[in-house]
Design a protein around this ligand. Structure first.
Ligand code: APR
Length: 232
């Protein structure tokens, strides 16, 4: 690929992002060294059963994550992506991240496949609210039920509206740039194939090989911001 390829050569770009994009903002990834799931057992903190069994313990964990993430800022990688979208409004962003950093960098219409750490929902009244209060002051909805973090936990299905929005972007794109994902969590991990079938050019930005690397004709083996800079 050399340094010839540039964002401006494409019409309909999809950025597909994972935890690796937020590493430079100080947010740990889930797998790999220092990963969150090495420190916490997700069955105890990030699945519906754990929440039903011990909602306050899950909220304690979640409040810690909200506080840690709330103290972080978007990095140059988020900003480059937002700039590309400002230049070309047909640019789409599909993220597995729940940190909201794309939006804080100025990106719009971000498809949050796994929800947002800044949104809570009541599964009794079907209400959702945005709240960046850390810790969350009132853990119960006015109906008395615990607010649930509106994120996709293990064993949860993704919201079908979200999946449809993602698929719509994927079948139309001519450039698919995957950034900082280990490509092991489905259905997100199936998305590069959809872009490939649509005839898009595929670029993988990740310092390490992943299980999906064989799909990408253009691997960029380095950290997100530095690799994105080579495409400006
Ligand atoms: N720049 C780019 N990529 C990086 C960087 C960096 N500076 N540092 C690490 N990475 C890569 C790692 O090599 C790894 O492949 O980021 C990837 C992070 O992988 P995961 O921790 O598995 O994160 P992700 O793929 O986003 O996880 C998917 O799993 O736990 C669930 O719901 C959670 O959305 C999450 C999903």
């Amino acid at each position: 690929m050399g340094d010839s390829m540039r964002f401006a050569d494409f019409e309909r770009i999809v950025f597909f992002t994972g935890a690796g994009l937020s590493v430079e903002s100080g947010i740990p990834t889930y797998r790999g060294k220092g990963g969150l799931w090495h420190e916490y057992n997700y069955e105890d903190f990030a699945c519906q059963r754990a929440f039903d069994r011990a909602p306050d313990r899950v909220w304690d964990f979640h409040d810690k994550r909200r506080a840690a993430i709330g103290a972080c800022a978007p990095n140059e990688g988020h900003k480059i992506i937002a700039d590309v979208q400002r230049e070309n409004s047909r640019t789409k962003i599909i993220t597995q991240n729940i940190d909201g950093l794309h939006q804080r960098a100025g990106a719009t219409d971000v498809v949050e496949l796994h929800g947002s750490i800044w949104r809570i929902r009541c599964d009794a009244c079907f209400r959702t609210e945005l709240s960046n209060e850390t810790p969350l002051g009132e853990r119960r909805c006015s109906c008395g039920r615990y607010w649930r973090p509106d994120i996709v936990w293990f064993e949860d299905a993704l919201h079908d509206k979200t999946v449809r929005a993602a698929e719509q972007a994927l079948v139309e794109c001519d450039l698919f740039v995957s950034i900082g994902t280990s490509a092991v969590v489905y259905p997100a991990a199936a998305m590069p194939q959809i872009a490939q079938r649509a005839g898009a050019t595929l670029i993988e930005i990740n310092p390490e090989e992943t299980q999906a690397s064989h799909l990408y004709e253009h691997p960029l083996r380095g950290p997100a911001s530095a690799m994105l800079r080579t495409l400006i």
